[in-house]
Design a protein around this ligand. Structure first.
Ligand code: ADP
Ligand code: 5GP
Length: 186
């Protein structure tokens, strides 16, 4: 049997650039497997079922929680998000590394259930820049932006719970730091 793969958790406030970093990371290292989450959030324009998320109703999400089908889950800005357990466990068993791009509460749950996971927190250069990035992305309503910024403050305060903090100021620098963390043997 092959050596189990590694679980890598990437967390940080909305708009910090997690999705951008993960996309670039996967492009450079196609052997990494990104877990696709389930959410009750409405798809944004251009989001594709099964590629960005599995979009489900609240009832279906609740059924998945009850059936213990989620490795972790959390409520975020009025919607539920969770990691389907089976694909992650299968990849890890096969010796593949798995990336989770999730918020703080879920990352805390992973600390309990998967203590060997590498947990990385992406930090914005400052909160004003974070707000700019969320606005520039242009995909959230004013209400959603306000909720995300409110949550961001508490999330940033939790950054030191993580194995590693990476500041996403210059994108290429942040990517290189992320690669170093993931591909350095522990
Ligand atoms: P998250 O997945 O953390 O919510 P995104 O990856 O969607 O964040 O990034 C939010 C916005 O910030 C996007 O428009 C993205 O292009 C931009 N962005 C990401 N990283 C940087 C960076 N280092 N400098 C400037 N803008 C960035
Ligand atoms: P968005 O609505 O911007 O796609 O995601 C909102 C937040 O939910 C982001 O911080 C994202 O990382 C987080 N998220 C996405 N999928 C999951 C998941 O499966 N579990 C948890 N706990 N958070 C998730």
């Amino acid at each position: 049997m092959s050596k189990p793969g590694r679980l890598i958790v990437i967390t940080g406030p909305s708009g910090v650039g997690k999705g951008t970093l993960v996309r670039l990371l996967l492009k450079r290292h196609p052997q990494l497997y990104l877990s696709i989450s389930t959410t009750t959030r409405q798809p944004r324009p251009g989001e594709v079922e099964g590629q960005h998320y599995y979009f489900v109703s609240r009832d279906t999400f609740q059924e998945m929680v009850t059936a213990n089908e989620l490795l972790e889950w959390a409520e975020y800005a009025g919607n539920y998000y969770g990691t389907p357990r089976k694909p992650v466990e299968q990849q890890i068993k096969r010796g593949e590394s798995v990336l989770l791009e999730i918020e703080l509460e879920g990352a805390r749950q992973i600390q309990q259930t998967f203590p060997t996971a590498l947990r990385i927190f992406i930090v914005p250069p400052n909160v004003a820049e974070l707000e700019q990035r969320i606005r520039r992305r242009g995909q959230d309503s004013e209400e959603a932006i306000a909720r995300r910024l409110e949550r961001a403050q508490a999330e940033i305060e939790a950054a030191d719970e993580f194995d590693l903090q990476i500041v996403n100021d210059n994108l290429e620098d942040a990517l290189v730091s992320l690669e170093a963390a993931i591909f350095t043997q522990h």
